[in-house]
Design a protein around this ligand. Structure first.
Ligand SMILES: [Fe+2]
Length: 396
């Protein structure tokens, strides 16, 4: 450990300290980079998960807080828009390739063919590379989804959210890839469920629900026979419906008895399902989804992973559609870490949903005196009659 690095307990962290990271460096408690000053007691809760034990600080950096003014992002909304526009073509290419792969994979399972693992590894690698360059681009595409493609977009989105979570908690590249594979394959067992049950538009009967629940074990069965499939991938797949308090299926596993992949995929799976439109339900907005899922933290979801997930996605993730305080409608370009309620956005429509000359604004510093402007509400663009794919076109 370098001379200027000191390991301390979370309870000893104080505002003003510079946090290099936390965690002991084991698989279950990986070292996670933080790289920022803690400016308040709220920051301690915001940047360090509940179960953090060890924190590394830099002893030669300390913030003089009393005279400190609020720091606002120096990165402009125009820069964010330009970076996103530049990153979107590559992200779209990866997304399109992932869609092709998933369509073929689902068809192969239905027809009893074997799954192509090497191709899945290549897709997951590309997704990891892509989010390392620009997280916003693939996230944007994940929110601009069409409901009729849910079966496919769900596999890709659960993969994307799980990769972002795994990356954030500091998984090494090889483990991250295996997590991505498990997330991509998490519902393969549904390929062995009859269409009558799988695509039933209404509520399932108790018997049908029991049939549906077998998809975790069916997924395990399908993937166990695939050459080269890793044990942790199988656990991620079969345990993605286990719940932290032991009320899940198929084995009612509990807490850390559930493989970390299963605990991470469970969060991504529910988040994507709730934020998606289905034949029988509307999409829930990203912000409402997080507040609903918050109620299940510690019961359904691992609280430490869920806290990290909330920080990654934020209240208004890139690609979500919002109405501003001045009633105009905009697409979120990028979140502002120091002001989650005031992201950078691209204004596209006036209050009557008439297209306007697009304007990129940083809501955190908007207005004559830079006091900012808040988001009024988040809305589902498909409910306003907007073609989701056309909406993505406004960003390039
Ligand atoms: Fe599932």
């Amino acid at each position: 450990m370098a001379d200027n690095v000191k390991a301390i307990k979370k309870k000893d962290v104080k505002p003003g300290m510079y946090i290099r990271g936390y965690g002991k460096g084991s698989f279950l408690d990986p070292q996670v980079e933080v790289g920022r000053f803690i400016e308040s007691f709220e920051d301690i809760e915001k940047y360090l998960p509940d179960d953090t034990e060890q924190v590394e600080i830099l002893t030669d950096k300390f913030l003089d807080l009393p005279g400190k003014k609020e720091v606002k992002s120096k990165r402009t909304a125009d820069t964010a828009a330009r970076d996103l526009a530049e990153a979107l073509p590559a992200a779209r290419k990866v997304h399109d390739e992932a869609m092709c792969y998933v369509k073929k994979m689902i068809s192969d399972i239905r027809t009893g063919k074997s799954i192509e693992v090497a191709a899945a590894e290549s897709i997951v690698d590309q997704i990891i590379e892509n989010v390392s360059v620009n997280k916003s681009a693939l996230l944007t595409l994940s929110f601009l989804k069409n409901y009729d493609e849910y079966t496919y977009t769900h596999c890709i989105n659960v993969n994307l959210y799980s990769v972002l979570l795994g990356k954030d908690i500091g998984l090494d590249r090889a483990t991250l890839q295996q997590l991505g594979i498990a997330a991509l394959f998490h519902d393969v067992g549904k390929g062995r469920i009859s269409n009558k049950v799988l695509n039933k538009p209404g509520k399932l009967t108790d018997d049908e629900y029991e049939i549906m629940k077998t998809h975790s074990l069916l997924g395990l069965k399908v993937l166990s026979s695939v050459k080269g499939m890793r044990k942790e991938v199988l656990r991620g797949v079969v345990e993605h419906h286990e719940r932290f308090n032991g009320t899940g299926y198929p084995r009612s596993l509990e807490g850390e008895g559930i493989h970390p992949f299963g605990r991470m995929i469970a969060i991504s799976d529910v988040y994507d399902a709730l934020t998606s439109v289905r034949v029988y339900k509307k999409a829930m907005t990203a912000s409402k989804t997080l507040s609903l899922m918050y109620k299940w933290k510690g019961t359904d979801f691992d609280p430490a992973y869920f806290n990290r997930f909330v920080m990654i996605m934020g209240i208004y993730p890139p690609g979500t559609f919002v109405q501003l305080e001045d009633k105009r409608f905009a697409l979120v370009l990028e979140t502002n870490d120091d002001a989650p309620q005031k992201p950078k956005v691209k204004v596209l429509f006036d209050k009557k949903m008439r297209p306007v000359r697009s304007e990129c604004i940083d809501l955190n510093s908007y207005g004559m005196e830079g006091q900012g402007m808040k988001v009024l509400c988040q809305t589902d663009p498909s409910e306003l009659g907007i073609d989701m794919k056309r909406l993505a076109g406004f960003l390039t």
